[in-house]
Design a protein around this ligand. Structure first.
Ligand SMILES: NC(=O)c1ccc[n+]([C@@H]2O[C@H](COP(=O)([O-])OP(=O)(O)OC[C@H]3O[C@@H](n4cnc5c(N)ncnc54)[C@H](OP(=O)(O)O)[C@@H]3O)[C@@H](O)[C@H]2O)c1
Length: 244
């Protein structure tokens, strides 16, 4: 049975991704920064008959929490087939010029350094898989190209902290995929699309089901699948690929 770990899987898109991977026959570790919330999420899934699931305390912004989660999962398995780095925060829509550096640091600590921490901590377990998959959950708002196109539908959404954090995550994804290019790894940056969740007070236009399906697609992609790419159906429904 293949095994997957998802960060921020206690609710919203991460939770739905857990449900979809369970339905595909994966064993899923539900990462949750508050263990109680993770356990409640697991109970919901078990009530649906999806039993190959367990909660793991995991705050991606904490070295200690990530290390402890690695030790905990290491007691249960010596291989991980998929890691979905889904946990993310927005930092709000303040103005760039007025935003305190501390808020930039806080957002980057989750959206970028959290992903770096996770990939480094779990790299050995992933390397033990025959087909390791890493999905770095990004956003179309991380596209430098589109943010310079006044005709783009989200051109005015210049979220001052979030957008740079996802642009940096995209470049990090390119570097990581390049490092792993001679291996069986597939490492991609995937935008779930503008989705109705707590993240945007449910103003998103897409469903969590469609959003999670986009992440799960690349978490389960075959050996002939892409690596080092940026996917966004929201930005290009034809190819699913987004300009960087
Ligand atoms: N919704 C959209 O329209 C949209 C569009 C593009 C990209 N995305 C990206 O998709 C991902 C999921 O978004 P969402 O809409 O599902 O967000 P959400 O409803 O706000 O849920 C975020 C999840 O991440 C967790 N989280 C936040 N900081 C964390 C940390 N330091 N450690 C561990 N978990 C943490 C939250 O845990 P708690 O429950 O403990 O807070 C929650 O489980 C994010 O990376 C987001 O940037 C979303």
């Amino acid at each position: 049975m293949k095994k997957a770990l998802i960060t921020g899987a206690n609710r919203s898109i991460g939770f739905e991704a857990a449900r979809q991977l369970l339905k595909k026959g994966y064993h899923v570790y539900v990462g949750s920064r508050t263990l109680k919330n993770g356990e409640e999420a697991v109970e919901k899934l078990k009530a649906e008959g999806l039993t190959e699931v367990e909660a793991i305390q995991l705050d991606v912004s904490s070295d200690e929490s990530v290390k402890a989660a690695r030790i905990e999962i290491g007691k249960k398995t010596d291989v991980l087939d998929a890691l979905i780095n889904n946990a993310g925060i927005s930092g709000g829509m303040t103005q760039t010029v007025n935003t305190d550096v501390a808020i930039f640091k806080e957002v980057f600590d989750t959206n970028l350094f959290g992903v770096v921490r996770m990939n480094q901590a779990f790299m050995d377990l992933l390397k033990a898989s025959e087909q390791p998959r890493i999905v770095n959950v990004t956003s179309g708002l991380g596209s430098l190209t589109l943010h310079n196109d006044p005709a783009w539908k989200y051109y005015k959404v210049k979220a001052p902290i979030y957008n740079p954090s996802k642009a940096a995550l995209n470049m990090y994804t390119i570097s990581l995929a390049y490092d792993l290019r001679e291996t069986a790894f597939k490492v991609n940056a995937v935008d779930p699309g503008f989705t109705a969740t707590d993240f945007n007070h449910h103003t998103g236009t897409g469903t969590v089901e469609d959003a999670a399906a986009r992440l799960v697609k690349y978490a389960t992609i075959g050996a002939d699948g892409p690596t080092g790419k940026f996917f966004s159906d929201d930005n290009n429904p034809e190819t699913g690929e987004s300009p960087w």
